[in-house]
Unconditional design. Sequence first.
Length: 561
Amino acid sequence: MNVEELKHNVFSSTLEQNYADRAPDFAKRFLKWFLENILRLDEFETDDACVDAKHDKGVDAIYVDDVSEVVSIIQSKTKTSDKATLGDTELKDFFGTLAQFKSKEKIENLAAETKNERLKQAITRNGVSEKIEAGYEVKGIFITNIQANADAHNYLQKIDSIELYDAVEISRDYVDLEVDGGISQEFRFDISDSDVIKYDAGGAATRIFLTPALNIIKMDGISDGSLFDQNVRLSLGNTKVNKSIKSSIKQKTEHGDFPLYHNGINVLCREILHEDDHSLSVQDYVVVNGAQSLTSLLSEKSKITDDLKILVKLIEVKGDTSLSQKITRNSNNQNAIKARDMKSNHNIQDRLKVEIDKISEGEIAYEIKQGEKNKGKEIIPNEAAGLVLLAADLEQPWSCHQKYKVMDDLHSDIFGRPNVTGSRVLALWRCFQSTQEALPEIEDNSFANYTLTKYFLLYSVMNIIKDDPTGSNVLKSIDQVAKNKKFNDLATGFSKLAVSAAIDLNAEIDPEDEEHFDYKNLLKSQRWCKHMSAKLVAQHKKDVRRSKADSVEEIFGGLLT
């Protein structure tokens, strides 16, 4: 990504394409894009963090990192003019905003005084005042789609409480997983302060050594992700591992001990060109285990000292593809690699990938590893499919914000069932998509755009269908629907029920109490979700009896014939 791509007249179309259903305008879409692509929060954390609305007291988002013990206060300022630059005025205003979070008393006063219920709920939900009192650091993050000018940079040199992400910094930090991987050039490792262990394993020359972090972050391909093309974990998320690494980097007293508690990185190269007591040069290289480490190091490069060294295992594979794949697979097979990383090699996921490819005649790719090259195809990420199954089949929409469990604790419950076939995944995915088309019918836009809402609506419509014998039979016979090539009919009928349910949902929300409607908490409540869904099922029955709505039998009666 370059600076020009962030300009309003260019970036607005990208944001509209990807965030139109989650935010109403460029400014709010830009904020969510930043949280997910630069801070690398997932969509649930992003939605929970955003409080941008009238009377927001200069706060657009709040994110609490309990691992690093940091409360991030985020303000976003976007400009439509291509010629605009960011000066120091708005940064000074933001500095004043941060003063509201200096103490527990100030935060409680802010929560009591603000007319923005979303801000008040976020402060309460995250326990911000208690955590600040307990010693959490307050960090201000100011983001903008334009470049900062000299006045802005001069002001920031005087304070350390604001981290600026202008167009230059954002373009530098953005990781584009569509960029082709592998670095076809030479790189020199600094080994002047390290002994080198040399051995030959099955014909592959191997070297193990320590190298300065300042040396290794000069490797190309860290920012755009191309260095990690063979890494099973291409998702460089804001994980606990990343946070722990960054925390260690910030503690300069720990730099000398870094190799003691860090696993190091594995590098494959085509050829070792030269080695002496001071350096080791290689040609054509790729990192197969260490994406999180190198990305974290690069993002904190200003805090790295000469004492911080990284353990490197370097293997010369001489273009042997099978050997490279075996090393990649086994080097990632350790306790630190979890969830989707290793499930990408699970036979259940492989089977679903093949089945969906066959059913869709190659037009749809079931993505089991982020960063796969599937250009021109519709993508169904396996994690996203897991959330759909969690809401629709396991009937737990209130758990869908716990995305990390899908490929971990709940993997066998979600995917390891005989009826979870490629046909079922594809059918429920189509139903989920049609559910999202019904969201505009919800009058409370903030509620409609909240990520968990679509899973609740999916769950509720599934309950309406299951309550009818014909509908229940259809859901048990998805493979037959696939054979009859009636996925579109299934989705159309589902959409019809979803629209009705969304309209009925409006009647259950008191418009006079809309500001106090804390949907971010309620949608995570099993009790509330079950109770509200039962109301929607009952309302549909009433509408059918009163001839105000088609029955499930009328909608789905012909799908199995």
